[in-house]
Design a protein around this ligand. Structure first.
Ligand code: IVH
Length: 665
């Protein structure tokens, strides 16, 4: 039976590789599904033949998990950036000098715009997958990575080193990215700004089953370890391809810097035909021995560099300007452009941000404007083509900033020191009400399952006027409305009911106080514990909290001075929403409360940023300079001698990483 299961696994691994990496299939989808079903059944029966790298693991698990932090065996460096040929010539001259006129050649690669990953293989099996993290420590995302079909779990052949590391970039193709965003928008979830964010956000999903449906991809570009098959980087990559890794077919050797320039020129144009994003090219010395001789500066390798493409730019005509009203009444001018194709997408609109930016650009209607697109979805207007204006003065019309709200006609205000204009009509300006409600129901807020069009429907039928009205809705109010049947009505009411369990920090975020985002909300909740304390807090008390500045403090005070807001909060309280921190969180927080803690040295199992956030989560404060008031020093290895001396002199206790973790357990 063991042999039979192993054969089944081999067949499925091969079929997967053929389909996802080689884009060919020798067996049909139907056959594949049947073989997979059979394997899963057999694995259930014969648990003693468990294999962490079985093809069945590609499906993922729906158990949510937190990621363990792991120290990289070799630090994950980033690359130096260049933007001009001159800088590349300088790089080439530095190499020449450092190699004392030895012969050398470069390997040119695409610079994949995704998120870096380090994969460890032992005896041809995937053992561990770690994100870049801070370069020294990353998150263990092995289980998630097993769901990425282009990453082999078991290697082909027998000429790979016993143990090695391979690095690459986890990516999302344009097609998958657009589909994902479309689906998210339909269910009122925030969309990802670009495929890079979508890839890194997906990789950190806590539920690997859901991740397996995201169709991530991965290009591998760096093999490291002892006993590698070749002394040349290029050849090792070709070998990796033979072991079943997905490598780029566009990697090329360049004998000199002119050949590097040819590669750059080709890809600067050709990149728009790729089905994924690249943001430049990478140039590396081919000889691993030369790479090792040159080594690294404190941040980047001396043997490699990246050349970043300039953001793509195009000119088009500005047809008109719309003014959008946001949740807090802030007005954003948006340019309507004569549609143009830019970096593979059709561009019709661009944000103009605020009146100051419009004034600085000096834009007018019917101007020709230069539009630029970096990695983000929304393009920017960077300048006006004044030459065109001069020739077409008869067409050009002034673009005067509006004085009244485009929706409710209330005169706009502009607060001192703020760039944006506001519509002060908070309670009856329709787009503000709509946006507040849309914010309230977000997944990261109250998580009420309702789309934008249904919100419109409820508003139109006067069933809701503000966020608290959700909680008086009844199934009967909904049945009979357009698109509402009994089932959908009952689902919505259930989802509203469920939202009463949402924790305080999310409720506080959901009620939409200007400048109170998710992080600020968390801070306020840990510090004030309940809404009454927060409501009473003075300006001084508020700004004494780390990361709460004057702007947030003023916004909070204004919010709680407003009768209408107090009424809504009171209603929400009466409907049973959480307006105080959960008891267990208070206790947990108390463990380090009032303690001032220094972090020093290097640590085995946690990164410094993780330790810092553990301190804060438990009510302590991470301080950087030693004084009599320091409670203890969280000590790793390699603490500097002067720090040690000071700690001893002031009699400050030292706590090891393990003791610290036990303290907060
Ligand atoms: S080599 C020590 N090659 O760019 C050199 N990196 O800005 C290690 N990247 O963290 C990197 N394509 O995530 C290398 N062909 C390529 C790459 C590449 C994309 C990313 C990688 C790295 C970042 C540095």
């Amino acid at each position: 039976m063991k042999k039979y299961i192993e054969n089944l696994r081999k067949k499925l691994h091969k079929a997967n590789f053929d389909y996802y990496v080689n884009n060919k299939s020798e067996i049909s989808d139907f056959e594949f599904d049947n073989l997979m079903k059979e394997l899963i059944e057999l694995e259930k029966k014969h648990t003693d033949f468990y294999d962490e790298n079985s093809p069945s693991m590609r499906i993922g698990s729906d158990i949510n998990k937190d990621f363990k932090q792991i120290k990289h065996n070799n630090k994950m460096f980033s690359l130096g950036n260049t933007y001009s040929k001159e800088e590349l010539i300088d790089f080439d001259n530095r190499i020449k000098k450092l190699l004392h006129e030895e012969n050398y050649e470069y390997v040119c690669e695409l610079k994949f715009d995704g998120t870096a990953i380090s994969l460890i293989y032992e005896n041809g099996n995937l053992k561990q997958a770690i994100t870049r993290g801070d370069g020294n420590y990353g998150d263990d995302v092995t289980e998630n990575v097993r769901t990425i079909k282009t990453i082999p779990m078991v290697l082909d052949g027998n000429d790979f080193p016993e143990k090695f590391e391979i690095r690459g970039e986890i990516m999302m193709t344009h097609k998958v990215f657009h589909k994902l965003n479309k689906e998210r928008a339909e269910i009122n979830k925030s969309v990802f700004a670009n495929p890079r964010n979508a890839a890194s956000g997906s990789l950190k999903m806590r539920n690997s089953y859901k991740l397996s449906t995201r169709q991530l991809d991965c290009f591998l570009y760096d093999v490291r370890g002892e006993n590698l098959p070749s002394k040349l980087h290029f050849e090792n990559i070709q070998m990796a391809k033979k072991w079943n890794f997905k490598t780029s077919k566009n990697t090329k050797i360049a004998k000199n810097i002119d050949e590097v320039f040819n590669f750059i020129e080709y890809w600067d144009k050709e990149r728009e035909n790729l089905n994924f994003d690249i943001d430049g090219i990478v140039i590396k010395l081919n000889s691993i021995e030369q790479q090792e001789n040159l080594g690294f500066t404190s941040k980047v390798p001396r043997w490699a560099i990246s050349y970043k493409f300039k953001a793509e730019r195009i000119s088009t005509i500005l047809l008109s300007i719309d003014y959008q009203v946001g949740r807090t009444g802030a007005i954003t001018p948006v340019a309507n452009l004569k549609s143009v194709l830019l970096a593979g997408t059709r561009v019709k609109r661009a944000s103009l941000h605020n009146a100051n930016i419009m004034k600085d650009l000096d834009v007018k209607i019917n101007d020709k404007v230069f539009v630029e697109k970096g990695g983000e979805i929304i393009p920017k207007i960077i300048a006006v083509d004044f030459e065109y204006r001069q020739k077409n003065l008869d067409k050009i019309k002034d673009a005067n900033y509006i004085e009244n709200c485009p929706e409710c006609k209330t005169p706009l205000l502009r607060k001192d020191g703020e760039a944006k204009h506001y519509c002060p009509n908070k309670y009856s300006c329709t787009p503000q009400i709509k946006a507040k409600i849309e914010h309230f129901v977000l997944r990261k807020a109250m998580n009420i399952r309702i789309g934008k069009s249904t919100i419109n429907l409820l508003l139109k039928n006067n069933l809701i006027k503000n966020i608290s009205d959700f909680y008086i809705l009844k199934e009967n109010d909904l049945i009979g409305l357009e698109r509402f049947a009994e089932k959908s009505a009952s689902n919505l009411i259930k989802s509203i009911e469920k939202s009463k369990k949402v924790i305080f920090e999310k409720v506080l975020y959901a009620i939409g106080i200007p400048y109170v985002g998710e992080t600020v909300s968390k801070k306020l909740v840990y510090n004030f514990k309940n809404i009454e304390n927060l409501q009473k807090a003075s300006f001084e008390e508020l700004i004494s909290i780390e990361d709460i500045g004057e702007r947030i403090a003023i916004s909070l005070i204004n919010f709680f001075n407003d009768e209408e807001n107090l009424l809504v909060i009171n209603n929400l309280k009466n409907y049973g929403l959480n307006f105080k921190i959960k008891e267990e969180m208070v206790n947990k927080e108390g463990k380090l409360s009032g303690k001032k803690i220094i972090i020093s040295g290097t640590f085995e199992n946690h990164s410094r940023s993780k330790l810092k956030s553990l301190i804060e989560l438990n009510g302590g404060k991470n301080v950087t300079s030693i004084s009599k008031k320091t409670s203890f020093l969280l000590a790793g290895t390699k603490i500097g001698p002067s720090k040690l001396k000071k700690v001893e002199k002031l009699n400050i206790p030292m706590v090891s990483e393990e003791e610290f973790i036990n303290m907060i357990k």
